[in-house]
Design a protein around this ligand. Sequence first.
Ligand SMILES: C[S@@+](CC[C@H](N)C(=O)[O-])C[C@H]1O[C@@H](n2cnc3c(N)ncnc32)[C@H](O)[C@@H]1O
Length: 250
Amino acid sequence: MTERHTAVRRNRDADWDAWPVAAYLAENYRRIHPCDRGVIHHHSVFYRQFRPGSLARTLELGAGPNLYPLMLAAGASRHIDALEPGAAGLAYLRDQLAHGPDDSWQSFYALCRALDPSLPATLAEALTRVHVLPGHADCLPEGRYDAASMNFVAESVTEDRAEFTALCDTFVRAVRPGGALVASFMEHMPSYRIGTGPVWPACPVDEAALRAVFTPRTTGLRISRLAKDRTLPEYGDTGILLLTARRPAA
Ligand SMILES: C[S@@+](CC[C@H](N)C(=O)[O-])C[C@H]1O[C@@H](n2cnc3c(N)ncnc32)[C@H](O)[C@@H]1O
């Protein structure tokens, strides 16, 4: 029988503790896909605008098991909070920090460090800047961070457009006035499966949707696009949208 979802599924309707870490890593992060290369180049340019170690505290919102955004922050940032609500994602992050990263992350780090030689000599050293922070986005205090990063979260955790907007708003307000923002979004992605698991709620967005949310909340908004990566499973997306902006100065 075909599965049908008629009611809009909100963030709290999905079991984030059961996020399928192993399958997600296998599908997305066990080797560098062309889209990863694109995101890493984009985010590396963002972080290289800051002197090494000049950001006291930065945020990775909805870190999940993806280590490369944390690597990229480790040059500029002295303290990276990896916020994650799900038990499975938290366990993976804690294990990587306590026992050393999986070998498959080394090629990601080599790319990050080739682009930004100010990154620490080893991935293990870079990860010493990372602090795992359990919690949902709505636990974040306002204005705590010098910069914040969010990758494949606001559009990939709810079907509710208002909740997508609220998550983006929380992301912007997590940084101090004048603080810097970098993010990536799946473009046009509907609710999706990882492997043969359950359907996870998503909210298809395009550049216009991002502009509608971020233009009134930020300054210096820049959005670019990566072509659909056909080396990934078919998630129904049409590519990736990359964003940088700043929270307006007070
Ligand atoms: C599609 S995954 C993206 C993971 C990772 N950022 C990446 O780049 O692959 C979405 C992540 O958002 C987390 N998440 C779900 N609801 C959240 C919320 N309300 N606040 C913060 N993170 C949330 C999930 O547990 C999951 O780790």
